[in-house]
Design a protein around this ligand. Structure first.
Ligand code: GTR
Length: 392
């Protein structure tokens, strides 16, 4: 073999994907989504009572066992310690509070640091956005040294809402070798079971403990907390809303595979890709579906449905085909039968809206922003408009 031939074959070897992903709509394939409203005995679920009292729990359990892992229901205690309380920050516009939320179990403890801004002028507790921050901690610093669209606290405060955040690494480091070093130390059983939670489960669990704190925080209207996440954080925000019905609303921004996009549709990221790159996100059982999405007993429309009747706002970005914008919109539409057991009903148009044309509706909202995979000022502007219309 000549040197250049060797080089070409080596390059091919290195860049050989696990299995190539598809970006061609014509090749997205055909698939059958598991029915939402037929229970495990084959009985049709006809009303919200049947959904609430039996089918919902079945669907939740399918996700626990096959995808995100179980969520610990008991632990010894949780404590809240305010470590910084400063009225009149942001040139007088906001009240800043930083709080350590510490969870205790089996002699171990883990602390989640929460940054919260509320409008200084607020006369009563305010509806509050809680971001699960999966990017640089700089995005959510109390000092506001760097102001970015990822967490535009100034913009949200000016609109009259509270805005809070915690960093995922406090709940579980986002790393395949060290993800056990956060909350999972308190729940060692989770690590021994094939259906035990891993990092994304721990992030959602962390969001719920922050909500425990908000229940005791006079500045926050704890009945109007909107859990927000971008990408991997958006997978966690959906799972948090599914698990914890105290969240009033869920925003899942560019969450893609195993977030708000359908898995059985062959487009963009696949289950095999995500499990290979991020083995620490989902439970061990989920790996069984690598290259075999058809065998999954759930799809992501069912996760969205677990939020019902609480609203879900999903987004995409036009240049982020990896997260499958069309598959996300289809998941939203296929979640409608559950939302429509309640009122108001959802009637999303059959085809996705044009870029930058948000459908801001209760209970299902959606937009596809022009641009790249990100969480931006534009996205937040739409979430605030939604909240103005329906939550305030
Ligand atoms: C990607 C991953 C996506 C998404 C993204 C992110 O590499 O494949 O599923 O979670 O990371 O979190 O930005």
């Amino acid at each position: 073999m000549t040197r250049s031939l060797i080089l070409i074959s080596l390059t091919l070897l290195i860049f050989q994907p696990v299995s190539a992903q598809n970006y061609d709509e014509a090749k997205a394939g055909t698939y059958t989504l598991p029915p939402l409203l037929i229970d495990s005995n084959g009985e049709a679920v006809k009303n919200k009572n049947q959904w609430k009292t039996s089918r919902r729990a079945e669907v939740l359990q399918l996700f626990e066992n096959n995808v995100y892992g179980t969520m610990p229901k008991v632990f010894d205690s949780v404590s809240f310690k305010v470590v910084n309380d400063q009225p009149g920050v942001m040139q007088g516009a906001a009240h800043l509070k930083e709080t350590e939320v510490t969870i205790y179990n089996k002699g171990e403890q883990a602390t989640i640091h929460v940054v919260l801004f509320t409008p200084q002028q607020a006369k009563k507790a305010v509806p509050t956005f809680l971001l699960i921050n999966n990017r640089s901690p700089k995005n959510t610093l109390a000092s506001r040294d760097t102001i970015m669209g990822f967490w535009p606290a100034e913009q949200v405060i000016a609109a009259g809402y509270g805005i809070a955040a915690f960093h995922v690494s406090d709940a579980a480091p986002d790393d395949k070798d060290t993800y056990q070093n956060g909350l999972l130390r308190l729940f060692p059983d989770e690590l021994t079971r094939d259906n035990g939670m891993k990092a994304i489960g721990a992030w959602a669990f962390g969001a719920s403990r922050v909500l425990d704190y908000f229940e005791k925080e006079d500045l926050v209207d704890h009945k109007k907390v909107i859990v927000v996440g971008h990408s991997r954080g958006g997978k966690a925000s959906l799972w948090a809303a599914a698990q914890d019905q105290r969240f009033a609303m869920c925003v899942t921004n560019c969450s893609g595979n195993t977030g708000a996009a359908l898995s059985k549709r062959n487009f963009g990221e696949t289950v095999e890709k995500i499990n290979t790159a991020f083995p620490h996100w989902f439970n061990t059982n989920y790996k069984k579906y690598n290259g075999n999405e058809a065998a999954l007993p759930v799809d992501q429309h069912m996760l969205i449905a677990l939020a019902a009747p609480r609203p879900v706002y999903a987004t995409n970005a036009t240049e982020d085909l990896w997260a499958d914008p069309t598959g996300t919109y289809l998941a939203m539409r296929n979640a409608e039968p559950v939302f429509n057991l309640y009122s108001p009903q959802s009637h999303l148009p059959t085809t996705p809206p044009k870029p930058d044309s948000p459908i801001t509706a209760w209970p299902l909202s959606y937009h596809n922003r022009t641009g790249i995979h990100d969480l931006t000022f534009y996205d937040w502007e739409q979430f605030v408009l939604f909240a103005d219309r329906y939550l305030k």
